[in-house]
Design a protein around this ligand. Structure first.
Ligand code: GLA
Length: 722
């Protein structure tokens, strides 16, 4: 870690067992989050100033108090040179504000000053207020043992008039002053999600965002910053963070002219104007921040563990993800009781645990032109309702899941004919269709209640264990004509809140129900939705080769437990054919699913799949809840990729290794395993091989030599502690 600015004052030690404490003499807050410490102070102007975020500190005497920085000529006043934890736009501030406000009388100046604070266990609330008018802001902090600090704010209008928020951010991460940092983020598009980019942070602002109404494929609300010295998977300081929000979000990564690197995250300011009547509040989404000095690998592991414990429903006690079969790629819209039952029989013979019927089962849905909105079973395809198919699936020992796309409507549907106003639109303007569908304005209470009622009925009347909740387009014409023009932009926020509310209410009423978040693949993956769903559909792109990079990007930010990965048919949409074993061994690096048309499989495919499914069951707890070590990146020009998972109790580890194409007869690199006990002896079994016994020291230092050659080769190694 970089050295601290040394403090001249020496005070009595205040270090204790409390994770959050206020050092009254220095006016400093110390927040200990597991291996990390976050420090804030109040400067002489009463502003809240960030002082430190990094490895754990143990000596409160070492901490400096907050102090304002001198101005830089007349052009950068001290309001801009002094780092502020949550600055309002006011008093000549030229960095990204946390808050920008317009009062009814036209005043557009906000200067927040500390008022009071309260510490309750692992939560700190710092209350601030504008220096003049009664706008109150509470900054909330919560610390978690994995080194994560969660921030959000509650902004309350205590003035007698309506005011408008033009920016409401969740918070800012400040790095130690300096240059030469590097930003890592995830970008993409449909079928090409979570592509990892590294780039130098230079003066100016880089904005990562979604303006699409949901999280988006285009960018994911996660970032990491490393450096200035070179950082790898295993070494070096990495700060990282993610927003828990599935609507329009924004991360502004900024290097100021004063070498301050800061990341401000929260609600997107684009098309944002949120009015607050007297007494009303706005709560911003959570912004989760972390730090490690042990490289990108440890950054991911800490974040994965945090998500499993504190974000995913059920926490650490939640079930392992069942192996599912999904009918989409096999039958598309052509579903019926008999055909699905045939597929279910074949899936069950492989050891599949959950059968999911995808699109096409409802309304007049024979292709993507009709039916969305009419969530009643198509009687021609399912004369016995869903009950017939569900009984068959259950008799085969599997549970049943169903695809829905609740937020959408086809103009050719009974719902749209009854409620054309429910679609997002502006009056007298065209309604742009995408995939022949429009979006229901879920900000409307009536639309929200209708969707809740329909889904509740579906789940109450049928034994549905799982819903795949899809969203196959992004917003256009984001109007909400039923409310006053000044209120209409609230649609962005209220839409997401209402979607969350429906899911929360459904889960409360049906505690056994599990949900997958899908938006044409990975368009809605973030820590807001992951609080309320059990898994996500990573990408509609199931080409195993493409998946390696998508999965690598995904696991930077999110736990493999929630990452659904299916084996599907070839040639795939790239026209590529890879062997079935390769496809399995790629998909088994997350939560395994199968989406092949099993009616086309030969006996040897069934035999191989059965073996792979059985193997996955043996290692899945380790894959889903273990520690992930990315041993070789699919971005490496060698074409060799490998990931290793180590069970939390250290008793099992599993390695997956894939080779895109061998060249020049070159052997694959020796694999140096990680996370094992040097002193322990392990039984090491390469897939289809005979076990050998090796020490942890040998596996980690001497390494493993795998024999992988040819194209699309893959293997796995099971390592069991003796
Ligand atoms: C989206 C999903 C697919 C499938 C189709 C059905 O594209 O990502 O997995 O469910 O919709 O229309």
């Amino acid at each position: 870690m970089r050295p601290l600015i040394l403090c001249a004052f020496l005070l009595a030690p205040a270090f204790g067992a409390d994770s959050i404490r206020f050092l009254a003499e220095k006016r400093v807050f110390v927040l200990d989050a597991g291996p990390n410490t976050y420090v804030l102070g109040l400067n002489e102007r009463g502003e809240i100033q960030p002082l430190y975020f990094g490895q754990r500190l143990w000596r409160d005497q070492d901490l400096p108090g907050a102090r304002t920085m001198p101005e830089w000529a007349s052009f950068d006043r001290t309001s801009t040179t002094t780092p502020q934890e949550y600055p309002g736009y006011g008093a000549g501030l030229f960095v990204e504000p946390g808050l920008k406000v317009t009062l009814q009388n036209g005043v557009r100046d906000t200067v927040l000053k500390y008022v009071s604070h309260e510490i309750k266990g692992d939560t700190l609330e710092i209350r601030a207020k504008d220096l003049g008018y009664d706008l109150q802001v509470s900054l909330f902090y919560h610390v978690y043992p994995q080194g994560i600090v969660e921030k959000h704010t509650v902004i309350t209008n205590k003035t007698p008039n309506v005011l408008t928020l033009e920016s409401a951010q969740s918070g800012t991460l400040h790095l130690p002053q300096g240059e030469g940092y590097r930003l890592t983020y995830l970008y993409g598009r449909w079928a090409g999600e979570t592509q990892m980019v590294h780039e130098a942070i230079n003066p100016g602002v880089k904005v990562l965002e979604s303006r699409r109404g949901n999280t988006s494929h285009q960018a994911n609300p996660w970032f990491a910053i490393d450096g200035p010295e070179p950082v790898s998977e295993t070494h070096g300081p990495v700060w990282f963070g993610a927003l828990g929000w599935s609507g329009n979000w924004r991360l502004a990564v900024e290097q100021t002219p004063h070498q301050q690197v800061r990341v401000t995250g929260g609600l997107n300011t684009f098309d944002f104007a949120h009015t607050l009547k007297p007494g009303e509040s706005l709560e911003t989404p959570p912004f989760y921040l972390g730090f490690t000095d042990q490289g990108f690998g440890e950054a991911s592991r800490a974040f994965h563990r945090f998500q499993r414990e504190y974000i995913l429903p059920g926490g650490l006690t939640s079930k392992a993800r069942p192996i599912l079969y999904n009918s989409w790629e096999a039958t598309t819209f052509d579903v019926n009781e008999q055909g699905q039952t045939e597929l279910a029989k074949k899936a069950a013979s492989l050891g599949v645990e959950r059968f999911v019927m995808d699109d096409g089962w409802f309304g007049a849905r024979n292709d993507d032109h009709a039916g969305l909105g009419d969530w009643t079973v198509n009687p021609k395809k399912f004369p016995n309702g869903l009950k017939g198919l569900i009984a068959n699936v259950k008799s085969l020992g599997m549970d049943f899941g169903l695809w829905v796309e609740p937020e959408m409507v086809n103009p050719n549907s009974d719902l749209y004919r009854a409620h054309p106003d429910w679609a997002m639109h502006f009056p007298d303007r065209p309604r742009s269709e995408a995939r022949n569908q429009l979006i229901l304005n879920m900000a409307r209470d009536d639309a929200k209640e209708h969707i809740f009622t329909v889904l509740d009925k579906l789940v109450s009347e049928n034994e549905i264990a799982f819903l795949k909740w899809d969203m196959n387009r992004n917003a256009s014409e984001p109007g909400w004509p039923e409310v006053a023009p000044a209120e209409q932009k609230k649609m962005w926020l209220q839409y997401t809140r209402n979607v969350y509310e429906i899911i929360d209410r459904l889960r409360k009423k049906h505690p056994g129900l599990e949900i997958e978040s899908c938006s044409g693949g990975g368009g809605r993956i973030d820590l807001g939705i992951l609080r309320r769903v059990d898994q996500v559909w990573t990408s509609d792109n199931t080409d195993a080769l493409d998946r390696l990079k998508i999965q690598e990007g995904y696991t930077q930010a999110y736990t493999p437990k929630a990452m659904m990965a299916w084996v599907t048919d070839v040639p795939n949409f790239n026209g590529r054919s890879t062997p079935l074993a390769f496809r399995f061994l790629v998909a088994m690096q997350g939560s395994l699913g199968i989406g092949n048309n099993l009616n086309h499989w030969k006996a040897e495919d069934f035999a191989l799949a059965k073996k792979m499914v059985a193997y996955y069951k043996q290692v899945r707890t380790t894959v889903q809840t273990g520690k992930l070590y990315r041993l070789a990146s699919p971005r490496d020009p060698s074409g060799f990729q490998s990931s290793q998972y180590v069970a939390e109790d250290g008793k099992q580890s599993v390695v997956f290794a894939t080779l895109h194409s061998q060249q020049y007869g070159r052997p694959v690199p020796i694999l140096h395993l990680q996370g094992l006990d040097e002193k322990a002896v392990y039984r090491v079994t390469v897939l289809d091989g005979r076990p050998v016994e090796l020490s942890g020291a040998s596996l980690m230092h001497r390494g493993l030599e795998l024999r992988l050659g040819g194209d699309y080769a893959a293997t796995s190694v099971l390592i069991e502690r003796i």
